[in-house]
Design a protein. Structure first.
Length: 274
């Protein structure tokens, strides 16, 4: 198996101040390398954020004994009327994952105000301070993909719920890995793709909760935050899992349903005053 990683920018490399266009990765057998690389190149050159003029692709062989296999998080879809209601829903989801109202609001505000960056912010939920070793780069959760043999089942599963797109497939793989990282209690994310307005909150307890509207249409600024509880794990263990450990998803978690936001939290007994 080979881990193929791509990052692309416009206006030069990321290190020289170029604007981030796209980043993605695949874990594939040797016979699928050329197809995977071609797909990643096409993505960089035809992205809705613009055509990349800097593309970096790296390949690394992976030994079977280095791989940990996971099941994907269960999916829930929450329907909201606009991004403002979606962000209220995100705060409720973060509360349901264990954050206080103050913590949840602060995390969401960080995501709203932060500049676009290649990686994610890693935030201590108690101090609300960022913990990334490199604050400009952020933390890159890497080394994850779906098992090749599960793709037909994955496509059919997501197609049945109207969710079979690259955004959901890649985000679900990433969230399923991050939720298992030592000390991570929640993640919140929306895309920097101006055409994609959905986002999600994920946690070990909630699963992958997709909100159909979490940012205004046409906005090319997105990001993600990993919420870390230092009382549960060592920071270096968390970083190693996210940045170094290879994980492959070989089992698909259940779809738990589609709910209006109000109905879902009525049933779960969570609210903004918790």
């Amino acid at each position: 198996m080979y881990n193929i990683r791509m990052r692309s920018a416009q206006g030069g490399s990321h290190e020289k101040g170029g604007q981030h266009i796209s980043g993605a990765e695949r874990i594939v057998p040797e016979e699928d390398i050329f197809q995977a690389v071609s797909s990643l190149l096409k993505r960089s050159l035809t992205h809705s954020k613009g055509k990349a003029d800097f593309i970096n692709i790296s390949l690394e062989e992976i030994k079977k004994e280095e791989i940990i296999y996971l099941s994907s998080l269960p999916i829930t879809t929450l329907e909201v009327k606009d991004y403002l209601e979606g962000r209220k829903g995100a705060i409720q989801c973060l509360q349901a994952a264990g954050l206080s109202l103050r913590q949840a609001q602060a995390v969401l505000n960080l995501l709203v105000e932060a500049p676009s960056m290649r990686g994610a912010m890693l935030v201590d939920i108690h101090t609300l301070k960022r913990l990334e070793p490199d604050l400009q780069r952020g933390v890159r959760a890497t080394g994850m993909d779906w098992a090749p043999e599960i793709y037909p089942q994955l496509h059919a599963y997501l197609e049945g719920e109207g969710l079979n797109n690259t955004h959901v497939r890649e985000a679900l793989a990433l969230a399923s890995k991050v939720a298992r990282a030592p000390g991570i209690v929640a993640e919140v994310c929306w895309s920097d793709d101006p055409e994609y307005i959905a986002g999600y909150v994920a946690s070990p307890t909630l699963g992958y909760v997709r909100l159909n509207h979490l940012k205004p249409a046409g906005v090319d600024k997105g990001g993600r935050i990993f919420c870390f509880d230092p009382s549960k794990a060592n920071l270096q263990e968390c970083l190693h899992w996210m940045e170094e450990q290879i994980t492959i998803i070989n089992e698909i978690g259940p779809y738990q349903g589609t709910f209006p936001l109000k109905n879902y939290f009525g049933e779960k007994e969570y609210g903004t005053n918790r």
